[in-house]
Design a protein. Sequence first.
Length: 299
Amino acid sequence: MNNIKTDFSIKDLENLSGIKAHTIRIWEKRYNLLQPKRTDTNIRYYSLSSLQKLLNISYLNNNGLKISKIAKLEEEEIPIAVREIASRGKIEHHAINAFKLSMLNFDQALFYNTYNSLLEEKTFRDIFYDIFIPVLNDLGLLWQTNTISPAHEHFLSIHFKQKILLNIEKLQSLEPHPDKETFVLFLPDNEIHDIGLLFINYELLSRGYHTIFLGESIPIESLKDLLKFFDKISFVSYFTVKPETDELLSYINTLHENIITETDNRFMVLGNQLNNIELNNLPNQIFAFTSIKELVKNF
């Protein structure tokens, strides 16, 4: 069972706030901004309230307030200053911090209040690109450095996924344009990270395409069933952790041989795993992309 994380090392604070540990120590010493606790072996650690304060300080500092001025604010004045700046300017950084705090506290109310505030100024598409993607990128680092547990990651991922599904549902009652091609979206065997693929499905539906979302862990052999129903298919997949690096080219060649060759079909793929192979010599009708935005431009 995962325990809720309430104590943080200075490295955790660096990973979560983006402020270097060296800078945090200077702010402690010079301005007394944080008061770390000490273990029996004299190792400093920080409370959840200290993390929240540091995230607010980071937001104020990134919005032009000098650290010397922030240090003069009373404790209760810091979050007020954050809200004031967020209300009259860009709110991306504030929202990203709020989502992180909602994750660390398992605070659903904070998540939904933050999301609903964003909707007052942004479209769902903008929220995904400007807020969700940076947060998801941060989750990767936080996971690798053991700053968060699987429970934290799943909490935030599920809530992001719910918002994507809600917006997909609004589009699914619309008839696709009859002249638009069919897209089949799937993840390879043992790949379960579907947030990016779900958003691509949203983008396709919003443009009037016919989509078939198959989701997680679909064997190549199962994709053959689609060939009986459609003359031309654009297959889309997202390689986040699977296939393994030493299996990537074999997987792509097998898919090409079984699904693409001697057809008008194509295969469009993106994801971190593609960084591990040379992409210049991919088989015909197979296209790799570095981001969702780049892929969407081709629709």
